[in-house]
Design a protein around this ligand. Structure first.
Ligand code: CTP
Length: 402
């Protein structure tokens, strides 16, 4: 998405300026051309020389210096850019933007900007939550500025709360998603992805679970978002971060996943069910930790859980419905049966016992199987690539249906 894109990065004076250096490097690695504009205060934290070296371009710092690369620099930069990103964006620059103030090179350039603006607020929690800052942010959004919400965590001032600049990698994902929503092949589509395993409690400290890490489903959600889709990820417990530009609902049990999926299903265009769902749940969940008894065996009676995918299949209208089949034997026969039983448009079948496939690996070896018996076998590849080929297949099916 960023290949050949021209980005003006506005850097304002917050402690997170050091992250903006890494951000420039990452944007360039993805093929973007970056020109940096620094405020006077930002230069107290990092010198323009650092940004010059890392961006490969002169850094603009003042309206009044004579060694400018462009004539009437703020206007030239404003016209040159495909997008403006302000990171970190202090409460001060947000306030100036909201009031239309133009008292230095960055604020003047932003006022003259023709291209979209993304701001990444970063400041102390009190400043961020201050009603005036929130009003300024709301006003900027009303005027079409895109705001990347700050992360919550430990802040340089010693407090913990909202106001941390997200990691440069996340900002790059966000910018990618932003461009994808303008140009990606999945823009305008609403995609529901489920991921990771569900857990069924036995008592307050134990549960029945499975080995799913969520890597496959998270890769699908991330790639769909990067291709411009509006993605809702319904996820069981996972150690993975929620991908940028993805809305997530965190669930634990199969019943919770079912409820979240049923509520969203009607408004979805595509549903991809990569979650490893617990088929059974303990009939009785103990209020207190079950204590060791003198018997050698413990019997836990399990009741059958609803089949979420089958339920969605029975309600399917316009949606493309894709399931996964994790098998240890009779891969194709079992997968074929699931396609029919669950009314799917496609199933992604994988033998979870094969090396380089299945749970907690970064690669997968899958087969795409369709209701008419058509089969496409993919070689071993990273889960991100599997995700993209899967989304290509979804887009083909949508075209055929239209
Ligand atoms: N699935 C579901 N709800 C369930 C079980 C499975 O939605 N209660 C979905 C999974 O997310 C996956 C597909 O159905 O997309 C197949 O899951 P899998 O565990 O392979 O098959 P099951 O239908 O559970 O059958 P079995 O466990 O007998 O193989």
């Amino acid at each position: 998405m960023l290949q050949g894109k021209k980005i003006v990065l506005g850097v304002t004076g917050g402690i997170a300026v050091y992250k903006a250096v890494d951000l420039v490097s990452r944007l360039r690695k993805q093929g973007a051309e970056v020109r940096v504009v620094m405020t006077e205060h930002a230069q107290e934290f990092v010198t323009p020389l650092t940004f010059k070296e890392i961006s490969g371009n002169q850094v603009a710092v003042s309206m009044w210096t004579s060694n400018q690369e462009f004539n009437v620099e703020h206007i030239s930069l404003a016209n040159w850019a495909d997008a403006f990103v302000v990171a970190p964006a202090t409460a001060n620059i947000l306030a100036k933007m909201a009031c239309g103030l133009a008292d230095d090179l960055l604020s003047t350039t932003l006022l003259a900007a023709q291209a979209p603006i993304i701001v990444c607020p970063a400041m102390n929690t009190g400043m961020y939550e201050n009603a005036i800052t929130q009003e300024n942010i709301a006003k900027l959004m009303q005027h079409g500025v895109t705001v990347m919400p700050p992360a919550v965590g430990h802040l340089a001032c010693g407090t913990t709360g909202a106001g941390r600049l997200p990691e440069p990698e996340e900002i790059v994902h966000f910018i990618n998603g932003f461009f994808a929503q303008c140009t990606g092949d999945m823009r305008g589509l609403r995609v529901l992805v489920t991921a990771a395993g569900t857990r069924e409690p036995i008592d307050p400290v134990r549960f029945v679970g499975n080995r799913s890490s969520g890597k496959m489903g998270y890769a699908v959600a991330q790639q769909a978002a990067e291709r411009g889709a509006e993605v809702l990820l319904v996820t069981g417990p996972s150690a993975l971060p929620i991908p940028a530009n993805v809305k997530a609902i965190k669930v634990e049990t199969t019943k919770e996943m079912l409820d979240a999926c049923l509520e969203a299903f009607g408004s979805m265009d595509v549903v991809i069910k990569a979650a490893a769902v617990a088929d059974y749940r303990p009939r009785d969940v103990a209020d207190q930790k079950i204590k060791k008894k003198t018997d050698d065996a413990l019997t836990v009676v399990m009741d059958k859980n609803p089949d979420i995918l089958k339920e969605l299949g029975s309600r399917k209208e316009k949606q493309i419905l894709v399931g996964f089949a994790a098998e240890t034997q009779n891969l194709l026969a079992n997968a074929k049966e699931k396609i029919i039983k669950k009314n799917l448009d496609m199933i992604v079948a994988n033998d979870v016992t094969a090396a380089g496939a299945g749970f907690n690996t970064d690669t997968n070896i899958v087969k795409f199987l369709y209701p008419d018996g058509k089969l496409r076998s993919l070689e071993q590849m990273p889960k991100t690539e599997v995700a993209n080929l899967l989304l290509d297949a979804v887009m083909e099916m949508r075209q055929q249906k239209m």
